[in-house]
Design a binder for this molecule. Structure first.
Ligand SMILES: [Zn+2]
Length: 165
């Protein structure tokens, strides 16, 4: 696979953003649900600076062997997710979001997806000011990404920055 370009998504307020590195993107792209029999995949997103205005997603992990994966459902195994967080923490990275695939060209999170991500946010007990929810679409070398953030102010959708300016 060709190394993908980084991608940036801005909060509606334009003073905060989320940047995905090529490493994180490549990891997610390979699990696109392009075929009927492809099942959802996902895991957590990791950043070195989860409390700064610009979050850099340096790594995407998962799926693990014990996750529940169906065509329209994904749930990560909590024990293996904890182990993954310990691994990433040794590289200086902290969990800041969940990603998973959908069999949709223009992906959108379900209400259940939002409830799950909100639960992860609540479990942080204020140690981070937000938690991300990313859905990866199907089709093409560069799939559409739907990027959402939940925090004290509720849910925000982050549009992608296009072009060079
Ligand atoms: Zn979903």
């Amino acid at each position: 696979m060709i190394t993908p370009a980084p991608r940036t998504f801005w909060y509606p307020s334009k003073d905060r953003y989320v940047l995905f590195t090529p490493d994180a993107l490549m990891h997610m792209y390979q699990y696109q649900q392009n075929c009927l029999w492809d099942r959802e995949a996902g895991g957590e997103l990791f950043a070195p600076n989860p409390n700064e205005d610009g979050i850099v997603i340096a790594a995407a992990a998962g799926p693990s062997s014990k996750d529940i994966r169906k065509r329209h459902f994904f749930n990560q195994d909590p024990d293996l997710a904890t182990r993954e967080r310990e691994n990433q923490s040794r590289q200086g990275l902290e969990a800041i979001g969940l990603w998973h695939t959908h069999p949709q060209k223009i992906p959108a999170p379900s209400e259940q997806d939002k409830r799950t991500a909100k639960q992860y946010y609540d479990n942080l007990e204020g140690t981070k000011d937000r938690y991300l929810l990313v859905v990866v679409g199907k089709g093409g070398e560069i799939p559409a990404l739907s990027v959402w953030s939940v925090g004290a102010a509720g849910w925000e959708m982050l549009p992608e920055e296009h072009g060079n300016g």
